[in-house]
Design a protein around this ligand. Sequence first.
Ligand SMILES: NC(=O)c1ccc[n+]([C@@H]2O[C@H](COP(=O)([O-])OP(=O)(O)OC[C@H]3O[C@@H](n4cnc5c(N)ncnc54)[C@H](O)[C@@H]3O)[C@@H](O)[C@H]2O)c1
Length: 274
Amino acid sequence: MFMQGKRGLIIGVANNKSIAYGIAEAIKAQGGEFALTFLNDQLEKRVRPIAEEFGCKFVYKLDVGNPDEIVAVKEAIARDFGKIDFVVHAVAYAPKEALDGRFVDTTKEAFNIALQTSVFSLIEVVQKLLPVLEKNASILTLTYLGAVAVVPHYNVMGVAKAALEASVRYLAADLGPQGIRVNAISAGPIRTLAASGIGDFKMIMKWNEANAPLRNNVTIEQVGNAAAYLISDLASGVTGEIHYVDAGYNITGMGAVEEIDGKAVLVWDRIQNS
Ligand SMILES: NC(=O)c1ccc[n+]([C@@H]2O[C@H](COP(=O)([O-])OP(=O)(O)OC[C@H]3O[C@@H](n4cnc5c(N)ncnc54)[C@H](O)[C@@H]3O)[C@@H](O)[C@H]2O)c1
């Protein structure tokens, strides 16, 4: 149980399909404890039963766009835990209309919302929680391949994830001298509430499944297990890292091909035609 004695905060559980739920499950299985947060009243109804399922004693209201709420969470952590060993930031948002059609049509408003909610929130959460972080604490966020390559409809969220990945490196450099590590997992596509806002998401999943070396889509359990490792002392030598958990999709340079009757056939075509 490599998370025994570790206590932290997990931001981003919306329901039991959330990547943050898979991370919570893996941390719990390894003996870790944590507080959860909920964004609004509607989500509170979903998050409270999940907190009970995991035996979490503490659940806090947190809209990362509201600095006062981040400070209130810091104070609640100081009261309930003293200090914590890890923070999971599994938060992203962009207006739905920005996640369809052409990137060139992105509005300034959508850009600002996406970058503030999905990127600045990590910086501000770390800033404000620093006084309650243990020496050797670990911070983890979630990113996606759209940061480094074009994925249809991911648009402004790709720009946000690129900024998030750069922020991971700058935070890791700033906080490394005090032993605090900052990493990101770049997860393959998973059907969640946030993902349902992305245009043609079903096709993205099918494409990934057909072309990833492992020929499947990853699960929140797989992301959760990798997250538990990165958060734990097992990864004490790892910081500023973008760790792919995507069935290997990111290493591919062309569509997967099979030989059928002496002809090269795209796996995607075979799946489409079967
Ligand atoms: N699902 C995927 O395919 C995929 C792939 C790679 C990375 N990710 C990333 O994983 C992270 C978690 O997303 P998910 O897919 O589990 O979806 P999800 O909808 O389950 O989780 C997103 C969370 O963000 C929270 N959130 C949004 N705005 C917030 C705000 N202002 N304050 C506080 N919380 C806020 C929501 O309440 C929700 O809990 C995101 O950063 C997402 O970009 C997802």
